[in-house]
Design a protein. Structure first.
Lengths: 110, 115
């Protein structure tokens, strides 16, 4: 089966850096996605990792370690608009769709 | 705007009602999905359609009945629901079916309340 764990809630300060962790246990791993979801809105794609290492995209970076079953999303220079839920999702060979974690609700404070 | 439109945005229904949720994608994708999102729970996959054919039913109760008349439209027909079915129902699409590097595009969802 598949199991994905991420913290339920986090709080950070505007301008700071925050790291949101995700651990997973799965067979046939084939990539990890991060999505952002503002309250009442559609989840939107942030990043995709399939190889070990860091992928940087502006203020957001995502890291993957396949041997450890571990990923993190790093948000720099936090802005108030970054307050949202961040969903970790894993792709598996042989499955027809992604499996999602419960999401981490990030609150950015002034 | 993600290119995936869901209607209605909000729906309140009694347990004996019949209603339908609609999803339309304008992205030229071939795969469409229904997910259920309950508070503090992971997104749960319900159904997958690929080129209008249902390819996965994730043990969903028969009171949820999907329909995919073409690759751009997806419906979820609801009847005799239970209060525990209250949730946000999200539609998504992708270029191809599957979880292999396929980025999902989500609609904003229908917030369903069953009384």
């Amino acid at each position: 089966g598949q199991n994905i764990d991420q913290p339920t809630e986090m709080t950070a300060t505007e301008g700071a850096i925050v790291q949101i962790n995700c651990t997973y246990q799965t067979s046939g791993f084939n990539g990890l996605f991060w999505y952002q979801q503002h309250a009442g809105e559609a989840p939107t794609f942030l990043s995709y990792n399939v190889l070990d290492g860091l992928e940087e995209k502006g203020r957001f970076s995502s890291f993957l370690s396949r041997s450890k079953g571990y990923s993190y999303l790093l948000l720099k220079e936090l802005q108030m608009k970054d307050s949202a839920s961040y969903l970790c999702a894993v792709g598996h060979t042989g499955r027809r769709a992604l499996t999602f974690g419960s999401g981490t609700r990030l609150q950015v404070q002034p | 705007e993600t290119g995936v439109t869901q209607t209605p945005r909000h729906l309140v229904m009694g347990m004996t009602n019949k209603k339908s949720l609609k999803c339309e994608q304008h992205l030229g994708h071939n795969a469409m999905y229904w997910y259920k999102q309950s508070a503090k729970k992971p997104l749960e996959l319900m159904f997958v359609y690929n080129f209008k054919e249902q390819t996965e039913n994730n043990s969903v109760p028969s009171r949820f009945s999907p329909e995919c008349p073409n690759s751009s439209h997806l419906f979820l027909h609801l009847h005799t629901l239970q209060p525990e079915d209250s949730a946000l129902y999200l539609c998504a699409s992708s270029q191809k079916e599957g979880a292999l590097r396929e980025k999902l595009f989500f609609g904003s969802g229908t917030q369903l309340s069953v009384l």
